[in-house]
Design a protein around this ligand. Structure first.
Ligand code: PLP
Length: 333
């Protein structure tokens, strides 16, 4: 396995002053949950999401003379790659599927990258990135399965344990597993007894199914309130699968209804506007699927959401996700 704590410390130096040092704040949910509950606010990143850590580390480590970069992305990795490529004066082409929200596509273009919209899944977007790499010589940067990317995301683990060496549990939103695998690996090198749990939505849970099967498997990708958690882990996965399988204590699934309610909770209780992907850790506790046993942190991973659907949820209106409807519910005890 091509990974080490040294890579994480090196990443920290590389991204210092640009993509590090986000706030760790107490949540109003500490009262409700009966354990200290902390939020790591990656929404404070220059691109509004933690993915800048990994993308920047990866792009800044490219050899001189690189022709440009490409990637597939549900939106935030593309934004990170676009930001990093602009810093190095490199061309960037971000491949996204038709499931990507308009706000995320616009977010990539505004940073000067080309957004290429292709197919109905992350896998199809990934195929296009690989084609660009083969035919145009661009470097394809995986959103979760690249040692530089994982090391970048893992710097969150260092920051968490430096701020709070006494943490009992870290709840990490999980998709391709670069974030959760990197944090779990890092936290356990420093504090082997810490509990790290990956959380994702129950519809299209690629890493969950893969860990259960013992090897990477494909799942059908469907629209979700947690759109940033969509997509497979790659049948040829080299790193993030092994990290998640070995270092996560558990993988917990939450429903769209859980995510809906927790988006309201974090807004009305903590006054935070964030993506559905961010609140899966909160949803896991609110739904009783995770029981807290000491000071706990979760990562509020990004804020690049569609504000209209956010307004619908805050007002308690129904949300339509393809052929699935999340029933509206107004917020209250
Ligand atoms: C990418 C992403 C995740 C999941 O990260 P992985 O490394 O793919 O598991 C969680 N939240 C947001 C907002 C993301 O963009």
């Amino acid at each position: 396995m091509d990974f080490s704590l040294a890579r994480v410390f090196a990443a920290r130096n590389t991204i210092a002053g640009v993509a590090d040092g986000t706030p760790l704040v107490p949540s109003a949910l500490t009262e409700t949950f009966g354990q200290e509950f902390l939020l790591k606010l990656e929404i404070a990143q220059p691109i509004g999401a933690f993915k800048l850590r990994g993308a920047l580390n990866s792009v800044l480590n490219l050899p001189d003379g690189a022709k440009g970069v490409t990637c597939c992305s549900t939106g935030n990795h593309g934004r990170g790659v676009a930001f990093a490529a602009r810093q190095r004066g490199l061309r960037a082409v971000v491949c996204m599927s038709n499931l990507a929200p308009q706000s995320k596509i616009a977010g990539v273009r505004v940073l000067g990258a080309e957004a290429r919209i292709i197919g109905q899944s992350q896998d199809e977007a990934q195929d296009e990135a690989e084609r660009l790499a083969a035919e145009e010589g661009l470097v394809d940067i995986s959103p979760f399965d690249d040692p530089y990317v994982v090391a970048g995301q893992a710097t969150i683990g260092l920051e968490l344990l430096e701020a709070r060496p006494d943490l009992d549990t870290i709840l990490v939103p999980l998709s391709g597993g670069g974030l959760a695998g990197g944090i779990a690996y890092t936290a356990k090198q420093i504090r082997p007894d810490i509990r790290v749990i990956g959380i994702t939505m129950d519809r299209g849970a690629a890493m969950y199914e893969s860990v259960k099967a013992g090897h990477p498997v494909e799942v059908e990708e469907v629209p979700s309130l947690a759109d940033s958690l969509g997509g497979g882990i790659g049948l040829q996965n080299r790193l993030s699968f092994a990290l998640c399988r070995e270092f996560l204590d558990d993988i917990v699934l939450v429903t769209e209804e859980d995510i809906y309610r927790s988006l309201q909770t974090v807004y009305y209780e903590d006054r935070i506007v964030c993506e559905g992907a961010c609140v899966v850790g909160i949803a896991a506790v609110q739904s009783g699927r995770v029981v807290l046993t000491g000071p706990t942190a979760t990562i509020i991973t990004g804020r690049n959401l569609d504000m209209r659907s956010h307004a619908d949820i805050m007002a308690g209106r129904d949300v339509v996700l393809g052929d699935y409807i999340v029933k509206g519910q107004s917020y209250g005890p």
